[in-house]
Design a protein around this ligand. Structure first.
Ligand SMILES: [Zn+2]
Length: 364
């Protein structure tokens, strides 16, 4: 499983890096196209998706790109989503009330019915993976992804060559694009969670209490994508910081120092592996709290029809970690973390320990 996680992390980061590096508009790019033209290497204005360029390939500091990908898999493709991005990264501000209600899907009775249609490009295999991801939402939340009927706004699911989605409902009506590529069930769950209205866990405004970033080693192209969310745009939803969230990025995503140290680590300096196999308990709680789902979903419990099953098998899309991997630690400083109380439920390190220090915590 570790190998799988590592592979996932590596692939994710490679995809992420490839994507970020493929973006044509980075401030840091030296865009000198001819001997006669000297371009600015950067602009003082903040453009989350980079600046437009003139015919010489030089940055136009007054003009931002308004379409593109943010943090690797978040689609910014229309005016509403771009405005949302500006507020989320703190370039613009609006009221908390407007922020919270802006991108939520409408609720009907107890459930939130989000319609979807598959584009012809989506293979049967990919459809099956999407359905498995949807089943996880059905089990654990009041979100129901349903074949489109009368919904004014709905998800239009394409194959594409990677997983990506908008954050929340960004269109007043019509099909909102989402891409599922050859992504795993867990990665599709991640994208659906974006579609439901969530950003990446490691961009929470309180993340500096839990994540360490070697700023001096951070590549310039990652600076904007590692910004914290604007506090007025974010609701904690009573959830503690969650290394185990399906929405957390692995350390790999932000690269390494020349000494081979990850640029982003936990506060103990350990790599964050991240997972894309299942909802964490806090993921489930946050989704249900965001949409005021019925009480039976809160507390991270599964839906009534499967609530009698043991939580691990009910909560995973594949076999749980403990069954797949042998009983070992996967990071080197477990003993130190044990002394800090990491094995105790409620400790901020607990979920991380559950994933990385099973042996030391006697969890297997
Ligand atoms: Zn994402």
């Amino acid at each position: 499983m570790l190998a799988k996680i590592l592979t996932f992390g590596l692939l994710t980061s490679l995809k992420l890096c490839a994507l970020i590096q493929a973006r044509p508009t980075q401030d840091a790019i030296d865009a000198i196209k001819s001997d006669d033209v000297v371009c600015k290497e950067s602009c003082s204005t903040i453009c989350p998706l980079g600046h437009e360029r003139d015919e010489n390939g030089c940055l136009i500091c007054g003009k931002c790109n308004i379409r593109g990908m943010f943090e690797g898999d978040i689609i910014i493709g229309n005016e509403n989503s771009y405005h949302q991005l500006l507020t989320v990264v703190g370039v613009k501000t609006r009221t908390r009330r407007a922020a919270q209600k802006n991108n939520e899907w409408p609720k009907t009775g107890d459930n939130v019915n989000i319609g979807y249609v598959f584009d012809d490009s989506v293979s049967r295999k990919a459809k099956r993976r999407v359905m498995r991801a949807i089943q996880e939402y059905n089990k654990h939340t009041c979100i129901r992804f349903v074949p489109k009927t009368s919904q004014q706004t709905y998800l239009k699911i394409y194959a594409g060559d990677q997983c990506s989605s908008y954050v929340g409902k960004v269109l007043p009506r019509g099909g909102q694009d989402m891409f599922v590529g050859d992504c795993s069930v867990g990665s599709i769950m991640h994208e659906l969670m974006h579609a439901v209205g969530f950003w990446h866990e490691h961009t929470r405004p309180d993340r500096d209490n839990f994540v360490a970033i070697k700023w001096a080693n951070l590549a310039k192209e990652h600076e904007i994508s590692i910004r914290k969310l604007n506090p007025t745009e974010w609701d904690k939803l009573d959830s503690p910081y969650d290394y185990n969230s399906i929405m957390h990025y692995p350390s790999y995503a932000y690269g390494y120092t020349s000494e081979g140290e990850p640029v982003m680590t936990d506060k103990m300096g350990e790599e964050i592996l991240a997972q894309r196999t299942r909802f964490s308990t806090e993921d489930i709680r946050q989704i249900n709290r965001k949409y005021d789902c019925p009480a039976r979903y809160l507390g991270g419990r599964s839906s009534p029809e499967i609530s009698t099953k043991p939580m691990p098998s009910a909560r995973t899309t594949s076999k749980p970690l403990a069954q797949k991997s042998s009983c070992k630690n996967t990071v080197s400083n477990c003993e130190r973390l044990v002394r800090l109380g990491g094995c105790e439920k409620g400790n901020v390190l607990y979920l991380y320990m559950k994933m990385s220090c099973k042996r030391s915590c006697q969890m297997c």
